[in-house]
Ligand binder design. Structure first.
Ligand SMILES: [Zn+2]
Length: 148
């Protein structure tokens, strides 16, 4: 398997709902987001996925959060804007952008989002990653093998 990762940063404010402590108050972070893609094959020039295209996808998913009060921005107007929920948000957004983007590498072995890590401070991170089944095709493949 090959993996590529790109980091991006943005600034935003939030307040954790239901939290007892300083983080229930409005405050801000300089967030860092790291997105890691994984796939089994490279394209004709030896790339898993163009860093530039991954950077653009991350920037696209950051755009509506940058310099905003996250509690007012969907889905964080309903879902608590914790680093964990933000990692899941970026995982789903980047996965959706990859699915709609032009296929890279071998179209039969598309790369997928392996993991997203969000830094809330230099020393605190939260990650979200797929639990085994990476794509619908592979998931159904596993099921068909089990039924044999
Ligand atoms: Zn915070």
């Amino acid at each position: 398997m090959f993996q590529v990762s790109v980091d991006e940063t943005f600034a935003a404010g939030h307040a954790l709902r239901g939290y007892r402590g300083k983080c229930e108050n409005v405050h801000g972070h300089n967030y860092k987001v790291q997105v890691t893609l994984e796939g089994p094959s490279l394209d004709s020039i030896g790339l898993l996925y163009d860093f530039k295209d991954l950077k653009e996808a991350i920037q696209c998913s950051i755009r509506k959060l940058d310099h905003q009060f996250l509690n007012d921005v969907a889905p964080f107007d309903a879902v608590n804007p914790s680093a964990e929920n933000m990692a899941k948000y970026f995982y789903e957004e980047i996965s959706r952008l990859l699915e709609t983007a032009a296929p890279q590498g071998n179209p039969g072995d598309p790369c997928t989002v392996k993991r997203v890590t969000v830094w809330e401070t230099e020393t605190t991170t939260a990650s979200y990653f797929a639990d085994g089944t990476r794509t619908r095709n592979q998931e159904s493949g596993v099921r068909s093998q089990e039924s044999e």
